[in-house]
Structures are given as C-alpha cells and as structure tokens.
Design a binder for this molecule. Structure first.
Ligand SMILES: [Zn+2]
Length: 322
C-alpha cells in the first residue's frame, strides 16, 4: 500500500484540484528543431494530471507527464511513449505547475513545444486568458519526510523536509554578469508570476555557435535566448532581472519536477544543477517511498472518476507497489 495520511490543513496547502476554464492555443517555433509548432491547452477532469495529446496521427495518442516516460536529452527535457515524443516541455510545464494547474490536456502538432520568448511568461498569459476553475476533488501532495540528495562532481541537488514548498538555487559562472547567483523561492502563484515566469533561457555565445554548427538550437534567436558574450550580453534589450539566470534555473527545476506527477512539499536546494540532476532527483524520490508520504489522496475515488485517458494522481512507484 501507499503510505498516506490525511491532514486537516497541511500548512494551508489543502485545496481542490484546478483545471483550465476554456481551451486556448498558441504557436511558435521549437528551440532545438526550428519546426513551427502549436499547442492547445484543454480542460481535463479531476485526477487526470497533465497529459500530452498527439493529434497529428489518425488516432489521438495520449502521453502523461511522468518520470517513467522521460528520455535522455542533452539540453532540454523530453518524454516519449504511446507512439510519439515531445521535447522542450519544461517551460510550459513550469507555467502549469507555477499557476497551480493540476489537470490539463496539451495537444501538440509537432515534436517540440514552441519556445516563445524563452521564458514561461507567454504560457502564463495563455493560462490566464483561458481562466482557472476549481474542481470537486482535493489536490494530493507528496510530502518529503527525510532528505534525499544527488551529487555529480561539484553539482548537487537535494530535497529535505519543510512545512511548505520552497526552492533555493545557486549557480556559479566565471562571467561578470553572473559570478555567483542564489535565489530563494517560496512557491506561490503570485511569486511565480512576478519573479520567476519572465526569466529567459540563456547560453554563452561560443556554446550557441557550437550548437548551431551541430544543427541544434535551430530555432534559437536573440528573441528567445539571452546570449552571453565575453563581458556582457549580445541582446540589445538587456536583462529582465539582474539575476535572470538563476531565476531561469528555478523555472527549469519547477518544470522538471512536474515529472513527479503531483506537487511536492519540501525544500529543494540546488547548486550548479541542471535538467539531468533535476530528473534524477525525481527518480530517486519515487524509488524511496520510505522518505515521503502522500497527503489528501482520495484513492478509492480515483478509479471511479478517472477518464479513459487519465492516470491516477499517484507517482509511478506507488502504482507499482500497490
Ligand atoms: Zn529553460
């Protein structure tokens, strides 16, 4: 059985699940493929989670956002299964997570989510234009009870018990605009919208040129990537925040943690981390069920109310263990 407990009001986090009030679409190009792509966000029933839908084939194929579908990629986060794959999902997933959307279908027409301006802000505006509605089921949380840490040389990411969800991220680069940047994020919709969502992806000029030479980053432009030169940035428009770089790393982590399948309650501390370590931590959490509990799970009701395309709102390991 899944370890679970019910709480009267765990740090004020108990609330109903949420989905979109209406259907919305946006279009752009994929950062890595350069392909034009559009996504359509649709409301989904309670306990569905976030599910990609491939509508480019004759029969719709469904791919739930889950760590079990993650595939190795160099520069972005991608999932694959049920006959299709989709990459660069992290900024869209960050927007859905940051805006407290529990259930949504994401229809895709290409193998990559459009990069838009390189941040999550266009997706936040899209979600706001759709509207957000409360649903008749309680939201579940994975609450961390003991620390779990991953290291890889000087890179490190750790999650430890905390009464509320929180992320502290540090990056270090030998560049005058970055040096050491640390940001402490108390997860909330308002803070996400105002402090995190606008932060854009970034790269160093030499790396960007090397990527282009390898045929990668085909959709990358100064309109969707902050490009660092030797002592400044190439973009004429300047930075949105002095510490935009570390804020974007938090944005990426929020998106990557969507692969957990439900919101967490704990404190993530990351130092020089990235997509690979973020997703390894998700895997480690799910493989160590003695270090967390599920809160507010309405287990008996999941099967009754789930749609044919939905997945129960439990982590993959819990499903295997039951
Ligand atoms: Zn990113």
């Amino acid at each position: 059985m899944v370890p679970s407990e019910r709480s009267s009001n765990e740090g004020g986090l108990v609330r109903n699940q949420q989905t979109l009030a209406s259907t919305v679409t946006c279009s752009g190009v994929g950062l890595h493929s350069g392909q034009s792509a559009s996504i359509t966000l649709r409301p989904a029933p309670p306990n569905t989670g976030i599910v990609f839908v491939n509508r480019s084939s004759d029969v719709d194929a469904y791919l739930p956002v889950s760590i079990e579908h993650k595939i190795p990629t160099e520069l972005c986060t991608a999932i694959k299964g049920n006959g299709f794959q989709v990459q660069t999902i992290e900024h869209l997933l960050a927007a859905l997570s940051g805006m407290d959307i529990d259930n949504a279908f994401i229809e895709v027409t290409a193998t990559e989510v459009p990069v838009m301006d390189g941040s999550a802000a266009p997706f936040v505006r899209l979600i706001q234009s759709a509207g957000i509605v409360s649903q008749e089921r309680k939201r579940s949380f994975l609450k961390i009870m003991a620390p779990i840490e991953i290291t890889d040389g000087s890179k490190r990411v750790r999650i430890e018990p905390s009464p509320t969800p929180r992320i502290t991220y540090s990056i270090h680069y030998d560049h005058p605009l970055i040096k050491t940047q640390t940001y402490d994020y108390d997860c909330s919709v308002g803070t996400f919208e105002n402090e995190i969502a606008e932060a854009r992806t970034f790269g160093f000029l030499q790396e960007v040129q090397a990527l282009w030479a390898r045929g990668l980053g085909k959709g990358g432009t100064l309109d969707n990537t902050v490009v660092l030169s030797g002592d400044g940035i190439v973009n004429q428009s300047g930075l949105r925040f002095d510490d935009e770089f570390v804020r974007h790393k938090i944005l990426d982590l929020i998106g990557d943690f969507s692969l957990l399948g439900m919101p967490f309650i704990g404190h993530i501390v990351a130092d020089r981390s990235g997509h690979a370590l973020h997703t390894r931590l998700v895997q480690q959490i799910l493989s160590q069920p003695d270090k967390w509990v599920l809160l507010n799970v309405e287990t008996s009701e999941v099967a009754v109310h789930a749609s044919p395309y939905s997945t129960p709102r439990q982590p993959a390991v819990a499903l295997q263990a039951s």
